[in-house]
Ligand binder design. Sequence first.
Ligand SMILES: C[S@@+](CC[C@H](N)C(=O)[O-])C[C@H]1O[C@@H](n2cnc3c(N)ncnc32)[C@H](O)[C@@H]1O
Length: 196
Amino acid sequence: MFHDIPRAMIDRMRQLEQADAADRDDGTERMKRLRQIPPDTGKFIALLAAGAPEGKFIEIGTSAGYSTMWLALACRAAGRKLTTFELLDEKVALARETFSQAGVEDVVELVHGDAREHLAEISDVAFCFLDAEKEIYADCYEAVIPNLVPGGLLIADNAINHAPTLQPMIDRALADSRVDAMVVPIGKGELVCRKR
Ligand SMILES: C[S@@+](CC[C@H](N)C(=O)[O-])C[C@H]1O[C@@H](n2cnc3c(N)ncnc32)[C@H](O)[C@@H]1O
């Protein structure tokens, strides 16, 4: 996956990494910032996705499609497709640009809208990456966990840097007998839940 990333995808990744870094320093307002995962988290979720069981891949919170590109590498390696959800018009436009430039439109479907309106109907989920507003994590968790296949994974970003907001949901996952879960100290902290 990581040894033969297409040139066009590497170029788009670099472009978005630079834009994201600039956002964090130049006073860009929060909802306009890309708020991307760092590259190590991208590799981590791609590795886990590539080994996920049979079933659907979903992502909640696309932004400009940076994390989606990492997941697209896993889709290529494992012969899967991914559906990613994004609410904001401006981010959807950037993500469409990303998917076209990176050449991943054949493995990525972008849904423009509130993921919460769709999650309950998505059965047989093998892999879910959750990276949206922290206030909706608990609702997304409760919607996705029942629909995970055995061995299916839900990974939630920001489990460490947003711990004060996310702690009730993290505690719920750690005590939830439907899953085995732990927080992995990579990037901003990844809550990894595997359905039993
Ligand atoms: C932290 S950013 C995602 C970053 C992206 N995963 C990456 O690493 O490249 C969160 C994104 O979730 C989107 N979002 C927030 N609530 C959402 C919802 N209910 N449904 C779909 N997208 C949502 C926001 O508009 C924002 O673009």
